[in-house]
Write a protein that binds this ligand. Sequence first.
Ligand code: IPM
Ligand code: MG
Length: 359
Amino acid sequence: MNKNIAVIRGDGIGPEIVEQALKVLDKIADLYGHTFNYTDVDMGGCAIDKWGNPLPEEMLKRCVESDSVLLGAVGGEKWNSVPGDMRPEKGLLRLRAGMGVYSNNRPAKIWKQLADASPLKKEIVEKGIDFIIVRELIGGIYFGEHTTTEESGEKKAVDVLAYTESEIERIGRIGFETARKRSKKLCSVEKSNVLDSSRLWKSVMHRLAAEYPDVTLSDMLVDNCAMQIVKNPAQFDVIVTENMFGDILSDEASMITGSIGMIPSSSLGATSCGLYEPIHGSAPDIAGMDIANPIGTVLSAAMMLRYSFDMPEEADCIENAVSAVLDEGFRTADIMSDGCKKVGCSEMGDLIISKLERK
Ligand code: IPM
Ligand code: MG
């Protein structure tokens, strides 16, 4: 197959981790007879420096016209003082909205080789951590009206959290369908004891439940969910939630797996053109030092093959290679533990490539 991939290296460690993922994709192309064409896209702080805009229209166009987008990370201290709508993160939000990718899928899965890295007690980890957070990505407070006004010398800032029934319904369906493919348990997370938008969320989820009788729907308040994720993560299989709750809970969920650097994500909308990125940030403090963990990005590329290009064997091949490298005790600094062998970012990339083999 011939696929066009828009590549956003971004800021901080973005370029070095993306480089490893591209090396892996090239080897996959060789092994399976595909052609992957890469188109560079500037987004984030580097685009602000170059174009005065975190996502120029032409760059968004390249992404929308591609078969899928691979992203490293954006942002950094350097751009912290620029106005809100010119921040690097605004480029990412515009990209998500421009691509219409409303469904963000963030797996929280513990790798058996890294179980010791979890900050949770062994007896909790042993019960298993393997769930998915389906996060609504282009609505809610991130995309509501943002205003700052000043009256009698006092500033007031307002961010609007709004959801329509149809926005809730389309992400709700993704939640039910994801649960259907797994253990058929869906937990809808909201704050319906306080927020109208959450009460609407809950009522739409229950209306949809009638169409998915094989899936058991439960409701959980977001504050309780934050607690349950550390108390008993084994109870979860698929969580569906709105944009900001999903942002917060997915960081918490990644932490309990012990290694945020390992976690990929996919964002999809109505078409197969998706956005694939690791969930960690741009880590400017270690940028350019060749010590970052590229595995989250490599696994994001695997998700791209699986979900957008319908290449499950190729995706398995990458995931098995990562697992084989971990089995041999190779670790980047963030997941290092006693008795393991510490490697840098590009060396980790090379090791993964050395384990790629066509079954
Ligand atoms: C994430 C990030 C982004 C978000 C930021 C960088 C805008 O935290 O992907 O979780 O809040 O969605
Ligand atoms: Mg986040």
